[in-house]
Design a protein around this ligand. Structure first.
Ligand code: ATP
Ligand code: MG
Ligand code: MG
Length: 373
């Protein structure tokens, strides 16, 4: 999606990923003679250096990269690395990320470092109570680094699930809604936010996004954007950031985590906003004027297409059905294999009202292959 936006601005894109036909490489070929994509892992220092030697600016679409190598190549690139390697280093370790946010007086649920021993987890339970959210500090996504301990008998199961990964624990937040705000940070440090959205997760994977967030209290809509903008302001470098938050019954807001890149909760911006998160990410890292973040439709819903099994036909059947729904746009990612729990694409629905958007969503939900089956 970033490559598609770049193509419309005549921006050449060179991609580092393992394989010759990965999704983004299917979409864009470098236009300059002699320039080619890089085949390798985004965690491999040699490959990152090879990519850096070909480009003017380097950006990431995943935070689990080697920040030390990004630091090393930063000074060699005319437009640098965005967001800055220091930002990526803070964010990729959730415990350090929480310490950073807390040091800037931003609202986060209480958290403590936990060694991978039953005694240390017991201490965390004594301090933070049950349920306790035990999390891997690093390499987490789609909830795969999280374990909810509801009773002390689960401590051993939690430790064996999380293995010997570095851990920390968070106090459980009894949220009424999960929300997200995309924030764009320009090269000169100005921030502007997209409207807040409601995100709904199923089995820890983002399932639906409703845009915009509705609240009987208009102050909430303002508060969440302000918190998200303040949080992004504390980081260095340009680009879009996905800010995940919890809304509690009394209207207060906690930051969950921040992604230093385009984010699933911002996919809706492609069809529903004046400027998509991808285009604004490019504009930010290239020091071009940022585009408006305003909604251009009254209501939008994003539905992730998540593999239920390794049967690709289920994915195409849902996508084909969506083609007949007014206001629907299908995005399939070109992934070669379908797997249970894998994000294969998404569908964005736009509509004249929330009621109309939900009406359009219903037949799609009825056809959804269930990942829990
Ligand atoms: P992502 O795919 O968004 O990167 P992740 O693996 O990094 O996910 P988190 O965002 O930390 O995981 O947590 C996944 C989900 O678990 C959250 O969206 C939320 O539903 C729930 N969750 C996380 N932390 C807490 C908490 N402290 N209290 C209650 N629920 C939580
Ligand atoms: Mg995460
Ligand atoms: Mg998350």
């Amino acid at each position: 999606m970033l490559a598609a936006a770049a193509s419309l601005l005549n921006v050449d894109v060179v991609i580092l990923d393992a394989g010759d036909h990965t999704p983004a490489k299917q979409l864009v070929a470098p236009r300059r003679p002699g320039l080619s994509h890089v085949d390798g892992s985004f965690a491999d220092p040699v490959k990152i250096r090879e990519l850096a030697a070909k480009v003017d600016v380097l950006t990431v679409e995943i935070e689990h990269v080697d920040a030390a190598v990004l630091d090393e190549v930063q000074g060699t690139l005319p437009l640098g690395v965005h967001p800055s390697p220091s930002t990526i280093r803070i964010i990729q370790d959730k415990f350090i990320q929480k310490e950073h946010l807390s040091a800037h007086a931003l609202p986060v649920s209480e958290f403590i470092r936990v060694d991978s021993t039953p005694e240390a987890v017991r201490v965390a339970i004594d301090k933070l109570g049950l349920p306790l959210m035990l999390k891997s500090r690093t390499l987490a996504y789609d909830g795969r680094g999280n374990f909810v301990i509801r009773e002390p008998e689960q401590i051993d199961a939690a430790l064996s699930f999380l293995g010997d990964r570095p851990l920390y624990a968070e106090r459980w937040v009894p949220f009424v809604k999960e929300i997200a705000v995309m924030v764009v940070r320009s090269a000169t440090g100005e921030v502007c936010s997209y409207p807040a959205v409601e995100t709904v997760h199923k089995e820890n994977i983002c399932h639906l996004v409703f845009a915009p967030l509705r609240s009987p209290d208009p102050a909430v809509l303002c508060r969440v954007r302000t918190v998200a903008e303040k949080a992004v302001h504390t980081f260095q470098g340009a680009g879009v950031f996905g800010v995940e938050m919890f809304l509690v019954e009394d209207g207060s807001v906690y930051l969950n985590e921040i992604a230093p890149r385009p984010h699933n909760s911002g996919h809706y911006t492609i069809e529903a906003c004046e400027t998509s998160q991808y285009e604004n990410h490019l504009r930010a890292i290239l020091s071009l004027p940022l585009g408006s973040t305003a909604l251009k439709v009254p209501s939008a819903i994003m539905l992730n297409i998540i593999g239920a099994s390794n049967d690709m036909h289920e994915v195409t059947a849902l996508a084909n059905h969506a083609l007949a729904v007014p206001g629907a746009r299908v995005h399939l990612y070109g992934k070669s294999d379908c797997r249970k729990g894998r994000k294969m694409g998404h569908i964005t629905l736009v509509a004249g009202s929330d009621a109309e958007a939900r009406h359009r969503l219903r037949p799609l939900l009825e056809r959804l292959p269930s990942i829990s089956s």
